[in-house]
Design a protein around this ligand. Sequence first.
Ligand SMILES: C[S@@+](CC[C@H](N)C(=O)[O-])C[C@H]1O[C@@H](n2cnc3c(N)ncnc32)[C@H](O)[C@@H]1O
Length: 194
Amino acid sequence: MNPAESMVPPRPTALVQEILRPLIRVADLVIDATAGNGHDTLFLAECVGETGRVLAFDVQQAALESAALRVGPLVSRVEFFLESHVAIATRAAPASVAVVMFNLGYLPGEDHDLTTEATETVAALNAAAAVLKGGGVLSIICYPGHPAGALEAAAVEAWVAMRTAEGWRAARYGGIGTRRPAPFLLLLVKAATA
Ligand SMILES: C[S@@+](CC[C@H](N)C(=O)[O-])C[C@H]1O[C@@H](n2cnc3c(N)ncnc32)[C@H](O)[C@@H]1O
């Protein structure tokens, strides 16, 4: 296969880490809003170093166990919360967090009913916006390829449009012309004065 074919469209899960890696500093406080199997939790734990802290949320005990296993010896940098990401604002102070990552949808191979849901996701995004510092980064991966995911993606994009009206910067990365709507990554930078 032409190597370019495996890069385009980019896999949002790989792309987001590539973009965020140089932006996260040692000792940062960061959040994985959807820990799942812990790929992003591990990535964040590596980036923040020994003095940083990762708060990781998931509603499934099995997900948090899987994430803790993946994080392995870096687990001392991570605090796991078996609760909805709506609770983010009860676990971090306002304007204290450098990066919040959301990877929406369900855990591959697990119960597809345990998926993120539009109304709760928007509430969690509001909570994430409150705890982010000015200049902090919010990443959201949406999966519009199935009906509930499409509804959720539309709600998220509407939420993002409101943030850009308040001075946040935002970008969208994803494939076009695919058989089913392709997953896409939204990246936002919180306005310094928001
Ligand atoms: C696509 S998976 C995340 C994958 C994960 N980032 C990884 O690296 O493996 C989405 C996760 O969101 C979780 N989830 C669903 N609703 C949630 C909620 N309200 N709060 C927090 N997590 C939720 C699911 O249990 C699932 O594990």
